[in-house]
Design a protein around this ligand. Structure first.
Ligand code: 9WN
Length: 446
């Protein structure tokens, strides 16, 4: 594989350039996920962006979460897109979702989607609280007062997830659409998507992503896109009603990676609560334990986790990065944790001899579904690197964490802040500059 050759930035330069990117994508009260391809606010992007911003200004980082949660639905759901007015075209846009017209829960004052994304927000909140320790007393008082106001909204979000996305209490979050995992076209979802068949009369709408990016080979296929659009139609027909959705949708899957994130998020939200004396600590720790067990319940002999197709109750054992969920949730016994870390560092993953950098590809290069350029089917994604690094640290695997940390920062010293990277050539792919990639660089460089 021919390596993409670039001039490298120093650690200080990469942080400076990343800060510039975030300033450039800042629209005052929110940061666009990317200026051309994603000209609105995305839920889990906002959380990663806040994690990066916390290295610049705890106050501005908190604003990011405040803006997102201002669009929270009345039932606690946090939508995966909050649309800004006067932005370039993005499809599916506000008219496709018609959330206000369709659901009594949707807010009146904001245009939003009707899906969710993984709940990284409490991880960001905790990092903002950590960051504010280094600021002056007045700034600290202000940020802490605002955290006290925001925190109940995160609690409601977590209650929504525990009650409506895990109605039978198995400790795994149910998703209604591949996009809810944040890993839209991952081969994790190939089997369940095979059963998603649009009505014969369904007329798909024009994609906006290809015009914005111009690189079809790096995006999901048209055949996938029609299914994504059709599922939104099904969800709208179910009036975004969770009880109806979990009985009727043609895609219902337990997302093991989002469940692991939720386990950590509950711990972090509990920790913030404990520190500020806000309550619900036992409830949150109870959720953390429930979802940790849910994740561990899906593991194989290597400690590698699986999603579950809830329509057929079968485990989905595709080799994607989501299998490393137990590193995040914690709770593996030492023997299985060792095996899982060995697997992560093996030639099937970060130890693959053809990789430009020893970072986890979104799909194992040994899997038949692997595609080095296409979105979640192979490329390396900076925010996923960050999650895996944190997972290793939380699991006490400091050497492995350090190796990945160095590689993850080095990848970003190309100064491009691409959405994702070709694992073999290190070529930047997708949209650029992508805000969350810049945010990850800021966090790693700190
Ligand atoms: C659909 C914004 C989002 C990320 C997702 C990523 C991609 C959108 C798209 O971009 O999804 O939500 O249009 O493909 O898959 O993780 O949050 O960066």
């Amino acid at each position: 594989h021919r390596l993409w050759v670039v001039n490298r930035l120093s650690r200080a330069e990469v942080a400076e350039r990343a800060a510039e990117v975030l300033r450039g994508n800042d629209r005052g009260l929110h940061t666009v996920a990317a200026p051309r391809l994603y000209p609105h606010m995305w839920s889990w992007d906002a959380a990663f962006i806040a994690i990066g911003l916390a290295r610049m200004s705890a106050s501005r980082a908190l604003t990011e979460l405040e803006t997102l949660f201002a669009a929270q639905w009345r039932n606690g759901m946090v939508p995966h897109i909050v649309f800004s007015a006067n932005a370039p075209l993005y499809e599916p846009g506000p008219d496709r979702w018609a959330s206000k017209e369709t659901s009594p829960h949707a807010p009146d004052h904001a245009a939003t989607s009707g899906l969710i994304q993984p709940p990284v927000h409490a991880l960001a909140l905790r990092r903002i609280l950590d960051a504010v320790r280094n600021t002056d007393a007045a700034g600290r008082r202000d940020v802490i007062a605002r955290i006290r106001i925001l925190w109940p909204k995160l609690l409601t979000w977590h209650r929504y997830l525990a009650d409506h996305r895990d109605a039978d209490g198995r400790g795994l979050l149910m998703i209604y659409h591949g996009g809810e995992s944040g890993m839209d076209n991952s081969p994790r979802w190939d089997t369940p998507y095979a059963d998603v068949v649009p009505d014969p009369g369904f007329r798909p709408f024009r994609r906006s992503d290809l015009a914005a990016l111009g690189e079809q080979s790096q995006r999901p296929t048209d055949a996938d896109y029609v299914k994504y659009q059709w599922l939104i139609e099904e969800l709208r027909q179910a009036r975004y009603d969770d009880e109806l959705a979990r009985k009727s949708l043609s895609f219902r899957v337990a997302d093991v990676f989002a469940s692991a994130i939720f386990a950590v998020a509950n711990e972090d939200l509990a920790q913030v609560a404990e520190e500020l004396g806000l309550g619900a600590v036992d409830e949150l720790r109870g959720y953390a334990e429930r979802f940790r067990r849910g994740v561990l319940g899906t593991t194989d002999d290597d400690g590698f986790a699986a999603d579950v197709d809830l329509r057929t109750d079968t485990a989905l054992r595709t080799k994607t990065i989501a299998g490393f969920a137990p590193l995040l949730s914690g709770g593996l016994d030492p023997e299985h944790r060792r095996r899982l870390v060995d697997l992560l560092l093996s030639p099937a993953w970060c130890g693959n001899p053809d990789l430009a950098y020893p970072l986890p590809p979104s799909t194992s290069p040994e899997a038949p579904e692997f595609d080095a350029a296409r979105y979640w089917r192979g490329p390396q994604w900076p925010p996923m690197n960050l999650l895996i690094i944190w997972g290793l640290e939380r699991s006490g695997e400091h050497d492995a964490a350090e190796r990945l940390r160095e590689a993850a920062l080095y990848q970003l010293t190309d100064g491009v802040f691409a959405e994702y990277y070709d694992p073999f050539t290190a070529h930047p792919l997708g949209s650029r500059p992508q805000s969350w990639s810049a945010a990850v660089a800021l966090d790693l460089a700190a």
